[in-house]
Write a protein that binds this ligand. Structure first.
Ligand SMILES: [Zn+2]
Length: 261
């Protein structure tokens, strides 16, 4: 019961996005998932970001789009039904919330969200009363066969009206996100191919305008890990699911990047 209350508390806490100073926290596995999926397509592609937002937004899971996603040179539309299928268990069982999407701007070469991207993120935030959102734009460079993948994370303070996205620093933790690890162990979401990230070497990834690949943080001082262990234990017990339907995604998160802005 204590754990359930703890999850409820953390899950419902509406924290103001102070992240522009602290940056985004994620795991090597999530960055490499985004890079592997981007490199697998020569047109725009994408997926979704799920995490927990405490002092800093922490992305625990980057997914790839569902089977009905539409992709072309300057447009990417998520499979919204599939996103709902994903977000329901991730919200209820894992106390993650939808942060926003990641998608590539292969041909646009634009590292910032387009005006269409901004509008969509703000709409989803407003409908769901999310105070902050994260969007990751991916650009590719170099050879088509083995491109270098640039990851550009953006923060939206959606508690302010029409807030412009702010560029975010990233702290990359070494290894696999604990949520990804648990999903692999449980063989959940087989269609996500949750180990595909292992095929993408870290040295093909850059963050923002960095010249070198990201440095991995092996420090064990991350509060989220401690909390995660508790949550994982909770999740192993049957029937401890948290009904938080108020946090399911509402709206139509489809991306159109044709009009850069
Ligand atoms: Zn876009």
């Amino acid at each position: 019961m204590v754990i359930r209350r703890l999850i409820r508390l953390f899950g419902r806490r509406v924290a103001a996005p102070k992240a522009a100073s602290g940056g985004l926290i994620t795991w090597e596995s999530e960055l490499r998932t985004i890079a592997a999926e981007s490199a697998a397509w020569s047109v725009e592609t994408g997926g979704d970001l799920f995490g927990r937002w405490q002092a800093s937004p922490t992305v625990f899971l980057a997914t790839k789009a569902g089977p009905k996603a539409q992709r072309n040179n300057a447009h990417f539309r998520l499979d919204v039904d599939y996103l709902r299928q994903l977000s329901e268990p991730l919200t209820s069982n894992w106390a993650l919330r939808y942060f926003g999407d990641w998608h590539s701007h292969h041909r646009l070469g634009l590292s910032a969200p387009s005006s269409g991207d901004r509008k969509r993120i703000r709409q989803v935030a407003a409908r769901n009363q999310f105070p902050g959102m994260v969007e990751i734009i991916v650009t590719t460079e170099g050879s088509q066969k083995q491109p270098t993948i640039r990851v550009h994370p953006w923060l939206y303070d959606t508690s302010a009206e029409n807030a412009e996205p702010l560029s975010l620093n990233v702290r990359v933790l070494a290894g696999t996100s604990p949520i990804r690890q648990a999903l692999i162990a449980r063989q959940d979401f087989p269609e996500q191919d949750l180990r595909a990230w292992e095929t993408m070497p870290l040295d093909r990834i850059r963050i923002g305008e960095d010249k070198n690949p990201p440095t991995l943080d092996t420090a064990a001082d991350v509060d989220t890990i401690t909390m995660d262990k508790a949550l994982q234990r909770a999740d192993r017990r049957p029937h401890i699911a948290i009904a938080r339907r108020d946090r399911l995604i509402d709206g139509s998160p489809s991306a159109s990047c044709a009009v850069p802005g």
